[in-house]
Write a protein that binds this ligand. Structure first.
Ligand code: ADP
Ligand code: K
Ligand code: ZN
Length: 433
């Protein structure tokens, strides 16, 4: 197992907790003294810096939410002299008005350190050529993977998104061994490679993909491996915590959250209470050393759980399960909770289907109707009406079994549904509440 920073990645739990406490203490003292926002927030919650006596006392501190950033748009939460800032990013605003995040030099170093550790845990190293096909710009994915990859010593290609045939050409000509992008874009690249006669598993050196920025499923991991011979790792992050930075290691069983950088809690979204390992709830993170815009107990909104057991890879940091989507991505269809990622997972069980789908929810009188448009693989196309009706019936049954709610299914010909270079937007919900 290659570590980027072995000592800290394998720190015994008790020592890690001591370190986390020291970091939290420094952070809270500083914010209470210097930031009117945190000072007022802590006062309102009736907690003083002196109440924080161990890392578990973190639960005494108030939560932060995305609305805190929105309400303080653009930069009222910045807690350091303005001239110490070295970068801004602006989030894509998938769930409303965009938010601004800011970084000091140390913040960027910490973020790159986290990405370098994660890439190393995916088996990527100095000898690798890493093609970064996340968007460069205001979105955090491109630059985040870029600087993390360089810090690790990998050879980085700043490809950004788009121009898919050129991406395949770069993969071939520069002997790319690893790629970072969204899962939907990687699936699109596999299709494009096939179309131009390139077999990724035979004609390229690409073997590792680091995929994130949107929910995806375990069956997608298998699908990608079957179609391209590429092992796909999951990477998670949000702009508020800096950007994408935590991945699953070579065990492919949960994403390690470096404990000296972030303190992870899973809380009950209704009551705000901390939940024990193994239980599903809302992911909440504290970035322990952040300078520009510190995030304490930030409620990220994604649903996941912390694995209760230790990882065989030797890293002592906690691991979180694959994220199903945010609380607000969840659709409630006839009273049943449905995550779009669960639809993808179910569809990929049928060999006739691609991973391209769209989900349309409408209200029909008092009832919700869900229409799932699914795209067929070219060799699943047939002129036989019986064949198509039979397939449609099987897709409907598979979805009903997986989701506990029935959906209408529309089979669509190959290449007819939208493709996405950044985050996929697969849900059209026209219901009015
Ligand atoms: P925005 O809020 O504008 O979407 P971000 O680009 O920071 O800003 O998006 C972060 C969100 O993206 C996360 O809260 C999560 O919902 C989603 N996300 C990121 N990576 C993953 C992943 N690997 N799996 C599932 N969801 C992810
Ligand atoms: K993201
Ligand atoms: Zn591990």
């Amino acid at each position: 197992m290659a570590y980027y920073n072995e000592k800290i990645e394998t720190l015994p739990k008790a020592e890690l907790e001591k370190l986390q406490y020291q970091e939290l203490k420094v952070l809270v003292d500083r914010l209470y003294a210097k930031s009117p926002f945190y000072h007022d927030k802590m006062k309102a919650a009736g907690v003083l810096p002196s109440d924080i006596k161990s890392i578990s006392d973190i639960t005494k501190l108030p939560f932060m939410r995305k609305t805190d950033l929105r309400d303080n748009y653009p930069d009222k939460l910045v807690c350091c002299p303005k001239e110490d800032l070295v970068r801004y990013h602006v989030s894509s605003g998938t769930t409303g008005k965009p938010t601004v995040v800011a970084y000091t030099k140390n913040d960027l170093d910490t973020w790159s350190e986290a990405v370098a550790r994660s890439l190393a845990s995916c088996g990527i190293g100095r000898g690798d050529v890493l093609q970064v096909a996340y968007g460069y710009g205001l979105f955090t994915g491109g630059l985040g993977l870029h600087y993390g990859g360089e810090k690790l010593g990998a050879t980085v290609i700043p490809a950004s998104t788009g121009n898919s045939e050129r991406q395949i050409e770069l993969i071939q000509d520069l002997e790319t061994t690893a790629i970072a992008c969204t899962p939907s874009y990687f699936v699109h690249l596999i299709d494009v490679a096939k179309k131009i006669g390139v077999d990724i598993s035979k004609d390229t050196k690409l073997r590792t993909a680091v995929l994130g920025a949107e929910p995806w499923s375990e069956s997608m991991r298998r699908y990608i491996y079957d179609q391209s011979g590429v092992t796909a790792h999951n990477i998670f992050g949000t702009s508020e915590i800096s950007g994408p930075m935590f991945t699953d290691c070579q065990e492919l069983n949960g994403m390690h959250i470096s404990g000296d950088i972030a303190y992870t809690e899973i809380i009950d979204p209704e009551t705000g209470e901390s939940l024990p390992a193994g239980e599903k709830g809302e992911l909440t993170m504290t970035i322990l050393t952040k300078e520009a815009i510190p995030m304490i107990r930030y409620r990220i909104g994604d649903i996941t759980s912390i694995f209760p057991d230790e990882c065989p890879c030797g890293r002592t940091s906690p691991r979180i399960d694959r994220l199903q989507g945010r609380v607000d991505d969840m659709l409630v269809i006839r009273g049943i909770n449905v995550f779009p990622s669960a639809v993808e997972h179910a569809l990929l069980r049928l060999p006739e289907l691609t991973s391209h789908f769209m989900l349309e929810v409408t209200r029909n009188g008092p009832l919700d109707d869900m229409l799932v448009k699914v795209e067929l693989k070219p060799d699943a196309m047939t002129d036989s009406i019986n064949g198509l009706i039979g397939l449609q019936f099987r897709v409907e049954r598979t979805l009903r079994d997986a989701l506990n709610v029935s959906a209408k299914v529309e089979l669509c010909p190959p290449n007819s549904l939208p493709r996405f270079e950044g985050k996929a937007k697969r849900v059209i919900d026209t219901r009015v509440f």
